[in-house]
Design a protein around this ligand. Sequence first.
Ligand code: TYM
Length: 338
Amino acid sequence: METANTERKKVIFSAIQPSGTITLGNYLGALKNWIHLQDEYSCIFALADLHTITVRQDPAKFRHNVLEAYALLLACGIDTEKSPFFIQSQVCTHAQLAWILNCYTQFGELQRMTQFKDKSAKHADNVNAGLFTYPSLMAADILLYQADLVPVGADQKQHLELSRNIAERFNGLYSPTFTIPDAYIPKQGARIMSLKDPTKKMSKSDENVNGYVAVLDKPDDIMRKFKRAITDSEACVRSAEGKDGVNNLMGIYSCVTGLTNEQIEKEFEGKGYGDFKIAVGEAVVEHLRPIQERYADYSKNKDYLEKCYTDGAQKAFSISNRTLSKVMKKVGFIPKAF
Ligand code: TYM
């Protein structure tokens, strides 16, 4: 006799900001994982556009960036039949729960966030309250879907820990309401570093465009950036402490080829950094080529994009509203009669 499989698939939630360029760091640290997890888990993905306005945006560019990011993520392999994929601002439960969670988050906790410290130093003329309370919105994103796992790069670990603390606090004050989420951080690619300063993470806000590779960069640009990547004076392709530039390039090569560090060291035994950098560049170009081709198709099809994000928002609303209603009831709000 067949037994019914009643085990609930674990839930995965993750999001990315549509703030212009999506970098190889975003892709290897987070997106690539999202795609692989879709069969095994119940996945929900979002473009975190509410987070993006913590930094001033030009309205027309912002609209363009959101649609570009949506098309690009589909091109990376998000399958909207399996995984609802929506735009955060189109699902009102996020802002609502974020407000409630703000009231269960301490000033001191938010003040300790390294990203807040970095960003407020970078945008000293606009240290707005949204930048400060950004982690409670991120907690709302995750907790609304009762996520078990959150695939992110290492830079988001601190925000994840705060989300857990907020969830535990709320559960403790009332009764179990939120699933406590775990970060899902890849072994390789968790922290892709700048090609120009490998002690800093690769970031689209890098003033030097040669520091980061964008997923939509042209092959010639990708090759140029890798050829100019900072290495060291040892001229030996091996992974070791202090060899930040080489470690970073090996990490990238490993992510796109699936080779281990030992295999990479063997492949480049007796060869110089010139050959190595060209090989990394070519492997990245080949890895990104099919994504760029699919992106070109999706980005032309605005009706299809609209259908996908509308459908995603409807599904996301229906799931997240269940959690929000529970939370509101527990806090003591009067139930809505309409
Ligand atoms: P964002 O948009 O800055 O980055 C998206 C994802 O890319 C990862 N990442 C990197 N990974 C490795 N190396 C790098 N150099 C690198 N740069 C970025 C990030 O860790 C992230 O996983 N606050 C989030 C977006 C967000 C979110 C959420 C994420 C909003 N709500 C809920 C998870 C769950 C952010 O700004 O990511």
